[in-house]
Design a protein around this ligand. Structure first.
Ligand code: ADE
Length: 224
């Protein structure tokens, strides 16, 4: 897989992808990740990438010309262009699984009030939001989505089961509570069942705990 991130802040996008598993995935050749400064495609003395809103309104919008030039240069035959924006479809694990099958993704990161609609109409295949809140820029969101996809690529996770067992593998259930050593800490004990060695009972307990945690933290997942 190849991921190109087009942003005014390449360092913000790359920083979280340069450590730990993301770093190893790139070193192992499982993914190539590059971030590009949108200003490199801006023309004129000031290399302007934004401008005022037509018809008035607060803030600035990313101009279409540098974005068209950049995407036309970066895209290949099988490229999916994704705009990160709070106006997009909310990103979920199912979408991460779907996108992890892509050959080449270009993430276009919004900034200021967003991008000119002509970019969305002509270049963007999918608009994604990472949640119902507004970030200062889409580069943070691009790093989040890239991390979620790359960890699903074969060979990235140390233990492939962790992608199956985790929260949202069943889209309606969170992962169960989990414990490690010491068995007793400040008078707080690991539940007996987990020390029993009885695998069927442990699985049953985990299922109950998963349901309980979902009821408490995400009752919306259980509706319907
Ligand atoms: N840019 C600003 N806020 C965002 C969000 N919630 N998701 C994706 N991109 C964004």
């Amino acid at each position: 897989m190849r991921v190109d991130i087009l942003t005014l802040f390449p360092e913000i996008a790359l920083a979280p992808l340069g450590e730990s598993m993301m770093k190893r995935a790139q070193e192992a050749g499982l993914v190539t990740i590059a971030a590009h400064d949108l200003r490199d495609w801006a023309t004129g003395k000031h290399r302007k990438t934004d401008d005022y809103l037509c018809g008035g309104g607060q803030g600035m919008l990313l101009k279409p010309e540098p974005i068209f030039a950049a995407i036309e240069e970066l895209r290949k035959e099988n490229t999916t262009v994704i705009l990160l924006t709070p106006q997009g479809e909310v990103f979920k694990q199912a979408k991460a699984r779907e996108l992890s099958e892509e050959e080449h993704i270009i993430f276009l990161c919004g900034h200021y009030e967003g991008v000119d609609q002509r970019v969305i109409d002509k270049l963007v295949d999918l608009e994604l939001s990472i949640g119902d809140y507004v970030l200062t820029n889409g580069a943070i969101a691009a790093a989040v989505v890239t991390d979620a996809l790359v960890r699903l690529l074969p060979g990235v996770l140390g233990d492939a089961r962790s992608a199956v067992d985790e929260s949202f593998s069943d889209p309606n259930l969170l992962e169960a509570a989990a414990y490690t050593k010491p068995i007793e800490f400040r008078g707080l004990k690991v539940p007996e069942i987990l020390l029993s060695g009885h695998h069927a009972k442990i699985e049953e307990w985990k299922d109950e705990q998963a349901l309980l945690k979902t009821k408490i933290n995400r009752p919306d997942l259980l509706e319907g």
